[in-house]
Design a binder for this molecule. Structure first.
Ligand code: P53
Length: 488
């Protein structure tokens, strides 16, 4: 049967991880601009307190500065996201490389603070609009469909500082205005939109690797997600209104949960993780209503939420057209005590003895991708797209070449299972691998690379930013040209 001829092959990036130009063209800052790493690779924000001391604070979604303090850049620290990989200056060269690989689609994000430096201005920054218009036009010239994320972890700093970020209902209006501006300004250039990246993460990650999360942390997560659900629904409504060709997707961090044993208690734990981590968000975004188990979840943590009847009507009217998700790994969970906890930068399930793990402790599990696709498709019956997938690994350049057979193997294994899911009836419309051009990892490391294109930017901040085609570049080009038939 094979994949449909219209299948959208491509790759994915996010603004703060690749653009750079953090204070160019009138862009306002976001928290990640002040992120540096300590010697143990912990992510820290740098600031100056009211007495003038240089201080550090762990980066977390809820981190707020003490009274009288302000974020600041220190001369002796490195801030990876400020420069990214210079997509801001090199996008023409980068898009030419994507075109050479035969990309049909390119997922990227708009930096909210490039259009609205504070996040809440009435009029957008024209320089920001012009930049993205140029990028989209360049993509169109290359016959590449843009797939655009509106929020990828980069709330304008001003909204965080003055309004307390997504704990504040006002963010819904600010986001709606920003989204509307994009739909109007980029009409005819962009038709695929994702309002929020990995909207379920705030909650799912508390369970996966929060250390003894408190009820207050759960309350904050549920509230933030509720405001984002309403903001997403408003964006869906506005997008459809702006252009009947617009298609809007949810974007879920897709982690399939497995019971680590056949103890029924483990089966139920894994079931509960699916509900809380995946289905809670997916139901709201795809069915337009909270699932029946939502009230139980809120009760579990004694959560009282700010939810109005108008919110629920908006959510009902603004469900998405497509189901998009990221997939990197599965997670095995158990009620039994286990010392064999998976390390890595963000997974604390138990080690699955049937799987291999990456250097960063992420499980290599292509069947998990098929499982996720088939299970979720049966639930929502919406067209699906895999918008992130890939292997973060250390690459070495030898004589100007990068032999990344490990990456080719990872991607091949996942594409094979993805094709199986399609054979089984899943309506899959596209696949964009993560970090198609090397970029700064979410953990702030440069050496964790995903790209088909190597970028000469090193962990210590050295490098020329020049681009090199890896072996996987030529491989992916063949994959696309043969519509997924030639995977050798
Ligand atoms: P890095 C964890 C687990 C699954 C997805 O992640 C995740 C994360 C965050 O670490 O986030 C997505 O760079 C995210 C991207 C991110 C990518 O996964 O830590 O949408 O921004 O870079 C890969 O290897």
């Amino acid at each position: 049967m094979g994949l449909p001829a219209t299948f959208l092959w491509g790759g994915a990036t996010s603004a703060h991880q690749c653009e750079g130009g953090w204070n160019a063209g009138g862009r306002g800052p976001c928290k990640r601009d002040y992120m540096t790493l300590d010697e143990n690779k912990n992510r820290l924000l740098t600031y100056i307190d009211d007495a003038g001391n240089h201080c550090f604070m762990p980066l977390g979604s809820g981190s707020q500065l003490p009274e009288g303090a302000h974020y600041a850049v220190f001369d002796d620290c490195l801030y990876p996201d400020q420069e990214g990989v210079q997509f801001y200056n090199r996008y023409k060269e980068d898009i030419a490389l994507l075109k050479e690989m035969g990309f049909k689609v390119f997922r990227m994000s708009i930096a909210w603070s490039r259009l609205f430096p504070h996040g809440n201005e009435a009029e957008p920054n024209r320089e920001g609009i012009a930049f993205y218009k140029d990028v989209f036009t360049e993509l169109r010239k290359a016959n590449i469909e843009p797939l655009v994320t509106l929020w990828h972890d980069d709330t304008p700093l001003y909204l965080d500082e003055v309004y307390g970020g997504w704990q504040n209902r006002k963010l819904i209006d600010f986001f709606e205005h920003y989204a509307n501006t994009c739909f109007e300004e980029f009409k005819g250039l962009v038709n695929y939109w994702l309002p929020f990246n990995e909207i379920n993460n705030v909650l799912m990650f508390l369970d996966m690797f929060g250390q003894n999360p408190t009820d207050e942390m759960f309350r904050a997560a549920y509230q933030e997600m509720h405001y984002k659900f309403v903001a997403s629904a408003r964006a869906v409504i506005a997008a459809h209104h702006a252009d009947a060709n617009n298609q809007v997707g949810c974007m879920i961090c897709g982690v399939p949960f497995y019971p680590a044993t056949c103890d029924p208690k483990d089966i139920m734990l894994s079931h509960a993780m699916w509900e809380k981590g995946i289905l809670y968000s997916s139901d709201v975004l795809c069915k337009g209503e909270y699932p029946t188990f939502a009230k139980r979840l809120w009760r579990e943590h004694g959560v009282q939420l700010d939810i109005t009847p108008e919110d629920l009507a908006t959510i009902k009217a603004g469900s998405v057209d497509i189901y998009t998700f990221s997939y990197y790994m599965s997670s095995a969970v158990t009620t039994h005590s286990s010392n064999d906890i998976v390390g890595g930068n963000c997974t604390t399930g138990v080690r699955n003895p049937y799987l291999d793990y990456s250097e960063w402790g992420w499980a290599h599990d292509p069947l998990g991708l098929r499982y996720f696709l088939e299970k979720v498709y049966a639930q929502y019956k919406l067209p699906m797209m895999i918008v992130e997938n890939g292997l973060g690994a250390v690459d070495t350049v030898e004589d100007g070449r990068v032999h990344d057979s490990y990456r080719i193997n990872y991607l091949r294994d996942h594409i094979l299972e993805m094709k199986q899911a399609v054979e089984n009836g899943v309506n899959l419309i596209g696949y964009t691998s993560w970090g198609c051009i090397d970029l700064v990892s979410a953990g702030g490391e440069m050496k964790k690379r995903y790209g088909f294109v190597y970028v000469d930017r090193q962990e210590d901040g050295s490098g020329t930013f020049s681009r090199i085609r890896k072996d996987s570049f030529y491989w992916y080009k063949k994959v696309i040209a043969s519509n997924g038939e030639d995977l050798r």
